[in-house]
Each structure stands twice: as structure tokens, then as C-alpha cells.
Design a protein around this ligand. Sequence first.
Ligand code: AMP
Ligand code: ZN
Length: 493
Amino acid sequence: MLLKLFKKYLAKKSEDSPFPVADSSSRRDLRLFLYNTLSRTKEEFRSIKKGYVGMYTCGPTVYGYPHLGNLRTYVFEDVLKRVLQKNGYKVNHVMNITDVGHLTNDRDMGEDKVEREAQKTGKTAWEIADFYTKIFKEDIKNLNIIFPNTFCKATDNIKEQIEMIQTLEKKGFTYKTTDGIYFDTSKVSDYTKLSGQNLEALREGARVEINDEKRNPTDFALWKFSKPEEKRQMEWKSPWGVGFPGWHIECSAMSVKYLGEQFDIHCGGSDSISLHHTNELAQTESATGKKPWVNFWMHGAFLNMDGGRKISKSAGDIITLNNTFIEKGSSPLVYRFATFSTHYRKPMEWSDDIAISAKQGLDNLYSKISNLGNKVGKINTEWRDKFMSAINDDLNMSQALAVLNEMLKSEFSKEDKLATAYDFDEILGLEFKNNTKEIKADKIPDEVQKLVDERSQVRKDKNWAKSDELRDKIKELGYEVKDMAEGIEIRKI
Ligand code: AMP
Ligand code: ZN
């Protein structure tokens, strides 16, 4: 009877998840676990609809170049999406573009970042937003980040934002001040549930801004009025007067529009937890009346400068994909690879040394894979399971890379190793197929390859003197040959 019940339980489990439960042959747990900021624990991931994940990730504010910190968050989100896909889920990914309403002070004071940049440069706000949206898209393409199914701009969805504010107004969550319509956070009993912060501490933190008309320091703007003395370029009519939406309402309105009133995953950088996402959550659940709005909240830790200094978009020393990698002749994928060394929930400190060692590490990996030849065999399931259990353990990418390296060193055919490496690359996104061919074609001339093959033959015959002689000849041609456990490695000196 017990056995029957257990079998039934297992059958039910594998029905819920498109990926098999624990594999009895390897005894490896292949279930997907993700850290949920809301519960502050690693939880087994379950989607609302079988085999389908709705995922919303907060996108860029398009007034300046994305820096390596922003890009770290987008790479983490891309890995998450690939891991979900590898687990058999169809992912519907929506990302917003903030082109209006994000003020220089995150708590709804100061100037609109996009309008300010327009004034500084003499361009229109629309031109600024278009220009930096284009740069952002180029960067994520260069990082081999899979594009979202939907990119949505705040300025294209003003109607939806106004409608959500009207719903909040009808339900009694809003009030009017001289500069806008505000959300009354005291009406939400679980306002701090995402950050887990003490409400008093949060109120204290929010008190630094001077806005005497707010009922509570944590209250935030839903709609801001255009100031009579300044002519804004981006402004719209609303039931409350001409103005523009507050920063948080766009994500609530657009995620509900594209993913529904309840969906699976919402992501962003860790700075979003106590402000942007806390406010998104409060207003959305108040508007729809449905809880939970989002099942899994996931946040990427910050990338900071040496010594923990914050990267700032305005300081002039902004580190971008272009000035740190592309202009220096490095592949942007080196940055993608570099981010894998630190778990996404741990802060990372940037230094030039990281760029240098990541470049060496990736070149090394490409050359090992090049040396496997170009015949693609079968995926080795034992190694595949080891890799899956690393990535399914809350995206443990450094462990996943360790598995890849061990796999390359282990004893089985080159063809199957290549197939297995290509399979891992569906998560890593390092484009093994393109880059390894390039290395083979560009870097190892026929003359060198012939000497390498000859050397392999004389080594089989244990003719060490001839082998050394050939090694020197190869060196004279600018190449180094190394005998590794997994085969021969040829590198340019
Ligand atoms: P923004 O363009 O400032 O709206 O930010 C876009 C995304 O980058 C958001 O998810 C932020 O939370 C994230 N972000 C901002 N700064 C950093 C940083 N230094 N490290 C990691 N993520 C960041
Ligand atoms: Zn957002």
C-alpha cells in the first residue's frame, strides 16, 4: 500500500515538472531549485501552468550607456532563462524599457533622467531614449543574451498605466498632492514583505527626501504633474492633469498586460528589492486584489568597483562593454564568462585583473574544445546530469564550469566530448561552435598541424629526441604544443 502511494506521488511529481525527478541510476537530484527573495529560501521551482513560465525582468533606463554592473544582471537573467528552457519550460520573457518617469532621485524627486540628458545634449528626449535603447540592444546581442519575447516601452503603454492608477484610486489607495497622485503605503499591511525590512527603518531611510505633502515617507508617485514653469517633451493628458507616470507603475501595468495578473518569475538587480520592486508589488496586488502577483522573485547582486565603490553612470569613468572589452580587441563573451566566476547572489568587485584572467580562461577553453576536432558524437548523459545538477542548484555556474573542465579531462571519445560540450553551451552561451572553428582555421596553419601530427606519431614510437626536435620546430613557427590528459593542446605563443 505504501509502495503504491509512493509510486503515485512520484508519478504526480513528474507530471508537474517537465524534467525527470531524481534519476535513480546516478542518484542525482535533477530538480530545479531557485532562491526566492520573497521566502528567503531556495525553493523547488514549480510553474503555475505546466511547462510554461511567465518571466518579467526590469530593463534599462535609457539615458546613458549600460555599465558592466547592469550587464551582469542581464547575463544572470539570461542564464536563468536558458536553465528554465533546458528544464523543458517554454519561457515567455517580457522586458521593459524605461524611457520616462525615472527621476534623478529614486524617490520621485528631482529631474526626469531622460529629459535631463536631452537638455544637456540638445537632442530630444525621444532621440536620447532611442539612441540608448539601440546601444543596450547591441550590448545584449554581443553578450549572446537571448532577446525577450516582448520588449515594451513605458511611453507605449501610458493608457494601461492610467487605467491601473484609476483602479487604485477607486479602491482608495491614492491621494493627491500639489505635484502628483501618490500611493498610500499605510493601506498595505504587508508592504515590506519582499525586503523583510522593518517598516520603521524603511520609513527612516525614506525620510531624507523633503516632501511634506506625503502622508508616509514610503509613499510613492503614481502620476506626476508637469510643472507649469517647464515644458516637458514627454507628457500626456490624464484624469488628474497633464503629466507623466511615476517610475514603478510601468512595470506593474505592462507585466499584467503581457503576462497576466499572476505569473511565475520577476527579476532585477538587488537594488530593486526595497524600493522599486516593493512598490511594484504593493500597487499591483492592491489593484488586482490577487495574491501572490509573482511566485518567484529573483535578484542579481551588484557588481562594484575595486574596494566596493559603486559604479555610477554619471561619474565619467563608466565601465562599458565597449571600453573594457571590444575596443581592446577582446570578445564581449569574455565578460559573460567572467560573470560565471561569482555566484549571482554574491556581490562582485571589478578589476582589470578579472578581465585579463577571464580572457585567458576563455581562450584556454576554446582551444581545448578546438582540439576535440569537429566530429560531433553523442551527449554523455552521466556528465550531462552532473552539469544539470550544478545549474539546477540555484544556477551554480562556477560549479557548472568545473564540471565542464572535468568532463574535458576525463576518458571518453573526442566526438562525444564535443557533443557534450555543445550541450553545456546551450546554458553557457559562449558560442563554442563559432569560436572554436575560428581558432582552428585562423590559428593553426597546415604546416604546424603536420609537425604536430608527426610528433604524435614519433611519441607513440617513444622517440623522445625526435619529439623534442619537432616541438622546437613548432615553436619556431610561433606555436606551443602541450600534452594534456584529454589530448594535445596547440596554442599560439
Ligand atoms: P537601470 O538602467 O539603472 O534602470 O538598471 C537596469 C538594471 O541593472 C536593474 O535591474 C538594476 O537593478 C541593475 N543594476 C544597476 N546597477 C547595477 C550594478 N552595479 N550591478 C548589478 N546590477 C545593477
Ligand atoms: Zn521594474
